[in-house]
Structures are given as C-alpha cells and as structure tokens.
Design a protein around this ligand. Structure first.
Ligand code: ATP
Ligand code: MG
Ligand code: MG
Ligand code: MG
Length: 563
C-alpha cells in the first residue's frame, strides 16, 4: 500500500474529549472516527487491526472445532419473551418496532437465537457436543459509553455457545475454551489474567473473566502474588469514574490505612470471621445500590437471646438485611446504611461488637474495639489500601489489587435457556433430555483499545507484530529529489510485497520529520529508511518501533530481518 493512495488521517493534537490513552491514540492515529456517543466508524487502519484480532480469535475457535455461523443482529421479541429476558433486561436493550408494529430488539448477545437454531437443527445425542460461534456486531445501550471503542454501544464480539447432554461434557468444552482464550491473548501479545468471576445463582468455578491489566481498566481484580488465584471485584456499572467518586472528608495521606493495620484489628477474631470481613470488604466496596455496615461480635460475648435481641435492635437503624452465626460462633451482621451523613453508632452496639466496618461508594471504613458512644464515622479509605497485603483466600501468597479491562468472559449457563426454550434431544436410551449450555464471549473491538493501553509510548502506538495494521513501512528520504532513493524504495517495496510482508510505502511529498512522527504514531513495528548516505554503501537503515535500535542492512536482507 502506498501512503499517497491510503487514507492516513493523523492528528497532531490530543482530542480533548478522549480521557484514556488508547482512545486518544486511536483518534490521533486515525483508526476510528466518532459518529455519535458509543458509535464509531473504523477507518482503513483501524479496520486492519480489528481484522487481525478477528483472525487470531477465529483460528483459535477453529482449533477447538467450534463452527462459525452468523446470526442476525435484529432479533424478534417473541424469542426473548420465551426466555424471559424481554422483561428482565434493563434499558441496555434497544427495542424497536417494524412497519407492522411487531417488537424487535438489537442483539446485546445471542442465547435466544442460538437456542432457537439448536432446538430445530439438533435432535439426537449423536450430534453432541456442539460448539457454535460468530464474530458479529452487538448493541448495548450503555448508560455511559466512554473510552472510545472500549465501552461502545455498538461493538464487535466473538460469542460462542456450546450444547451438551452432561455436566462433564460441558466442563470439557469449558476447559478447552479456557485454554483457547489463553492462547488468543498470548498470541495477541497481551498481559492478561483469567479471574474467577461472579456466577450469580449458578455457583462454583463456572465462570471466568479474562482481564488485560491496565491502569485505565474499569474493573478491580484481586490476585495473589504467590499463586494463580485471581478473582474480580465487579465494578457496578453506574459507579462514577474514579475521579468523580465522592471523596471522603479527610486528608488521604494522613488517614490511609494499611493492610497490616487491618490485620492487627482483625487479630482477635476467628479465622472464619476474618474471612467474612475480607469477603465483605471486597464485595461491598463497589456496591452502589446500597452501602453496607458489618458488625462482628466475638464468641465469648455469648449471645443469649436477650443480647441477640438487643443487638438486632441496635442494628435496626441500619436496616439489618442479613445476620448469621459462623461455626466459630461469631455473629456477623450486615446491613445497608446511608453514608451521606455521619453514622451514629449506638452505645449498645459499641459494647456488643468487636469489629465493625462499612463499605460503599465512598470507599471503606472500619474500626476495631473501643467504639465510642455516638462515634462519628466519617473516615473512608480506598479499598485497595485495605485489601492489599491480606492473605489470599487460596492460602498462598498475599492479595494484590490491579485494574483490569474485561476482554473475555466464559460462563457455564447450565439449563437456564434450554429449560425456558425447551432445547433438548433424544438420549441414547430414547429419553428426551434437556441440554446444558455454555457461553463464551470475547470483546474483539475492545481488545484493540486494550492492546494500545499496554503497547504505547509518548510518540504513539507500538503494535505487537500480530496486531499491527502493517508490518513494515518504507520511509524514503527526500525521494522526490533523488532518483536513486526512489528507485531503491520502489524495488524494496516490490520485494517485500512479493515476500508477503504487509508493507506501507510512504511515498507522500512530506518532510522526513512528518513521515517519522506519523509512522511512529500509527505504530508500525518495522521501519526501513532509504537515504542517500546509506545507499553509497548499498545499505538501508532498519529501526524497530519498540526497541529503537538502528541497524544497516543490505536490501536483500530486509525481508528476512523483519520476519
Ligand atoms: P462489562 O462488564 O465491561 O460491561 P460485560 O460483562 O457486560 O462487560 P459480557 O456480557 O461478558 O460483557 O460480554 C462479553 C465481552 O464483550 C466482554 O468481556 C467485553 O470484552 C465485551 N464487551 C461488553 N460490553 C462492551 C462494550 N460496551 N463495548 C465493547 N466491548 C464490550
Ligand atoms: Mg456490561
Ligand atoms: Mg463484566
Ligand atoms: Mg462479562
């Protein structure tokens, strides 16, 4: 491809509405252009990268014998009424009517359509297990589309669905899919972590998310520094971005609470109660619907019925939602509270509880023994300061918190959809059996942004080879003044093309400085500079975008050096 025939629309200035670096660079490198909130046009350079991601994803799906299909983006409401999601799905679902006033929707995901396909096409156990996938556009009317294609309303997802007669078979496909996801993210050159994800009512290790580690990520993930353990700390979607969160009335430097302080406070509690407190802190800290307070009462307070009643009474202003006694007789009380003002703690609660903590929009607070009457709890600390450095729940190593971008999510659905939509086959014994299902998503377009978050410097994007829009760029110095430079550049261009290298030939009438800065911004991994000086020795200059070292090469050596 010649630059003069290409649409290379780079921007010098950083667009003011782009908050994260990937969004800024995608705009500056001319990869995407905004059409409306959360809706983007992919330009030639952007689309080349998107197709690279798709290619790797498709190859790895094929390697586990998943079959590619393509389902419609517009879906009829009646299938969603059958599954129950027509009523359950919130405002992220974009509903529309056709000219006959029939209800339709733009697909945020495709469980209903795939269930409809499989119940019609698959009738015997002999056709199972079956895994189908598509790479297709999804629409979700996100409450806060932002960060460019990272959280768009229209985006490209690879979604796969598997169908099985038994849980063992589902587990087998799930494990294969897990391994395929690891290969995908490795091939794409991403620093990622699979984390245990919330499974709602389904339970068990039946859902994993794959996160690309990046400070701009919207999710907190907690992982052990001594083992593979990692779990997500889901960010509620309505949570304001970090900078906009209410800041507690305190001087952060002075009041930050370190993990070892928490450990000291928790010391008198049983291991089990300590665990309850930690789980609580992790889970409740990102809650926005309610904010919670947790009271822990030690076993030696021996809760007789009078005391128990009293404690419930004192907890009542907190709207107690849950209380339970652990095996080691720690009584744990959990209740939502209003953190908007200072929290008044009743004296009786102070005497009865050995430990209390709260968490919510403002962060986390806690106190040990010695509550004071009417203590005003106004301090809040960031969850990370509290959780980091507690031992990991897996028993090995210590927890660390990192920000992650969710790029993939695999889930054992069980029979949720197949029961509702009657997806079944005749088993070997001739009985009708309902199938069990798995679903597996990858945010194909989000990966493009996530990769930039991990691969950039102050001059622009530094693509890993597998993702780059072009592998190599030829930059001729003052070609329009030198026939020799032009001739060599043309020859090299032809040679590289013949050898299957995706090469961009910057044949624009631009100053070398403009060419260099554009190509560095776009992030092409291999640069070859053709200039008079090196041509005297029959050489060209090679420079890697990332490492930056320059080497002189003979023209015939260039292709093998790049590959
Ligand atoms: P998130 O928590 O970021 O909202 P999700 O859990 O709602 O994502 P899934 O339903 O698990 O998303 O969809 C599978 C994948 O699709 C996600 O792991 C993510 O990579 C991608 N994805 C989801 N929503 C968006 C979006 N608005 N823009 C781009 N990619 C998205
Ligand atoms: Mg979502
Ligand atoms: Mg999610
Ligand atoms: Mg998800």
């Amino acid at each position: 491809m010649r630059s003069s025939q290409y649409l290379l629309s780079t921007l010098k200035e950083t667009p003011s509405d782009a908050e994260v670096v990937s969004h800024q660079l995608m705009l500056r490198a001319g990869m995407i252009r905004k059409v409306a909130a959360g809706l983007y046009t992919w330009t030639p350079s952007g689309l080349r990268v998107l197709r690279k991601v798709e290619k790797v994803v498709r190859e790895e799906m094929q390697s586990i014998d998943a079959l590619e299909i393509l389902m419609p983006m517009v879906q009829p409401a009646d299938l969603w009424q059958e599954s129950g999601r027509w009523d359950d799905y919130g405002p992220e679902l974009l509903r529309l009517k056709d000219r006959h006033q029939r209800d339709f929707l733009l697909g945020p995901t495709h469980e209903e359509i795939i269930s409809e396909l499989v119940r019609k096409e698959v009738s015997s156990y002999k056709q199972l297990p079956l895994t189908l996938f598509q790479i297709q556009t999804k629409f979700r009317d996100e409450i806060r589309p932002r960060f460019g294609v990272m959280r768009a309303r229209e985006f490209v997802m690879k979604d796969a669905y598997s169908f099985h007669l038994t849980q063992e078979s589902l587990q087998q496909s799930y494990d294969q899919m897990y391994a395929a996801y690891c290969r995908i993210f490795e091939r794409l050159g991403l620093d990622y972590r699979p984390v245990i994800a919330d499974t709602g009512s389904i339970g068990g290790n039946s859902s994993h998310e794959f996160h690309v580690l990046a400070s701009s990520g919207e999710d907190d993930i907690a992982f052990s520094d001594g083992s593979d353990y990692a779990a997500n700390v889901e960010m509620a979607e309505a949570l304001p971005p970090k900078g906009e969160r209410a800041t507690p009335a305190m001087d952060k430097q002075e009041h930050q609470v370190k993990g070892d302080e928490l450990a000291a406070l928790l010391q008198p509690l049983s291991v089990e109660a300590q665990q309850a407190v930690k789980c609580f802190l992790v889970e409740a800290s990102d809650s926005v619907e309610a904010e919670y307070v947790l009271l822990v009462v030690r076993a030696d307070h021996e809760l007789n019925s009078v005391k128990a009643e009293k404690l419930e009474q004192v907890a009542s202003p907190f709207n107690l939602v849950d209380s339970y006694t652990t095996h080691e007789l720690h009584n744990v009380f959990l209740s939502p509270v209003d953190f908007s003002g200072p929290i008044m703690v009743d004296h009786a609660a102070a005497q009865l509880s050995d430990f209390a903590c709260g968490a919510g929009r403002n962060g986390v607070w806690f106190t040990g023994v010695n509550w004071q009457r009417d203590a005003k709890i106004t301090e809040a600390v960031d969850i990370r300061n509290v959780i980091e450095g507690d031992p990991s729940p897996c028993g090995q190593g210590y927890l660390k918190i990192a920000r992650g971008i969710e790029v993939g999510h695999i889930f054992q659905l069980g029979k949720k959809y197949s029961n509702a939509m009657k997806v079944g086959v005749l088993s070997e014994t001739g009985k009708h059996e309902t199938l069990t299902m798995g679903c597996y998503g990858i945010g194909v377009s989000r990966i493009v942004a996530a990769a930039i978050e991990q691969h950039h410097d102050d001059r622009g994007i530094c693509w890993p080879d597998n993702l780059a829009p072009f592998q190599a760029v030829i930059i001729p110095m003052n070609m329009h003044k030198s026939a020799r430079v032009q001739e060599t550049a043309e020859k090299l261009y032809q040679q590289l093309k013949d050898q299957g290298v995706e090469v961009l030939f910057d044949d624009r009438k631009e100053r070398p400085g403009v060419m260099f800065s554009d190509m560095e911004l776009v992030g092409i991994p291999h640069q070859i500079v053709v200039g008079e000086r090196n041509l005297d020795e029959g050489m060209v200059e090679y420079q890697a975008r990332k490492a930056g070292d320059k080497v002189k090469l003979k023209i015939e050596q260039v292709a093998s050096h790049i590959k």
